[in-house]
Design a protein around this ligand. Structure first.
Ligand SMILES: [Zn+2]
Length: 264
């Protein structure tokens, strides 16, 4: 018979001692107990149990313990991990790569972050061939129609002052730019050495069809009459030096490289 089953009798003070048992108390001693003693013994036995129950209950629901045990992870440990993660990656530019001859190369400044978005399609109707008399060796060079029209007008204006503007390069595809790298690397040149002077495939403004290299497309262009005339008048025809002598972006100066910006 269980103790709690006789609780009414105990409270009433008329328990049947023979049938009673108290956990932890030998039944032999139970018979020695009077009703009053039984109540005292019962209280002595029950109170610690109740105390244990409430302290256990209290332990589970104690706000100090709960707040110390549960939020500790989300408040301290997890955000700390997120902080480390964000500090480790957020301020850095995402890495960019180009493939040359099946090998992957990481793109470094100044090209990093300046991948040309949307290569112009030379097959589309926006492209036109420059008049061959304005091109070195009368080659076929294509640019956008707007670029061709603007350059023809500008070249005519320069010609009126006795200045000959001759084009060496216009639209170049990313594939063509890759061939330049493959050829140079085939000769033993280092990718990063080449990248100092040549845009990696995907990073050349020549992909846009709005950019022209003038003759001579090298350092000796600087100081020529064409160079001087363009720096004074190019802006009027919406042509700019996009790799100027003092580039905030760190691009190497290309005095022969002119970009039409009339459409943008
Ligand atoms: Zn160029």
């Amino acid at each position: 018979m269980h103790w709690l089953g006789k609780s009414d009798q105990i409270r009433g003070g008329c328990a049947d001692l023979a049938d009673l048992s108290i956990p932890g108390v030998d039944p032999v001693y139970m018979k020695l107990l009077t009703g009053r003693r039984l109540i005292i013994v019962a209280l002595v036995a029950v109170l610690p149990m109740m105390a244990g129950y409430f302290s256990a209950y209290g332990r589970l629901s104690s706000p100090e313990i709960v707040s110390a045990a549960v939020p500790l992870e989300p408040a301290v440990v997890k955000p700390l991990g997120e902080d480390i993660k964000s500090k480790g990656h957020a301020p850095l530019s995402p890495k960019e790569y180009v493939m040359i001859g099946g090998k992957r190369f990481e793109v470094r400044p100044p090209w990093l972050g300046h991948r040309i978005k949307g290569e112009s399609d030379p097959q589309n109707l926006n492209f036109a061939m420059l008049p061959v008399e304005l091109v070195l060796e009368k080659r076929q060079i294509y640019v956008t129609i707007a670029t061709r029209d603007a350059f023809v007008v500008m070249a005519a204006a320069a010609a009126l002052e006795g200045i000959k503007l001759l084009v060496d390069s216009g639209y170049r595809s990313a594939a063509y730019q890759r061939q330049i790298y493959q050829r140079k690397m085939g000769q033993g040149d280092d990718f990063y050495d080449i990248a100092r002077g040549v845009a990696p495939p995907g990073y050349s403004e020549h992909m846009l069809g709005t950019t022209l290299d003038l003759v001579p497309s090298k350092w000796t262009f600087s100081g020529t009459l064409a160079d001087k005339w363009l720096r004074e008048n190019g802006g009027e025809f919406a042509f700019i030096q996009s790799y100027p002598q003092k580039s905030d972006l760190g691009f190497t100066w290309e005095p022969w490289h002119w970009k039409y910006v009339g459409d943008s």
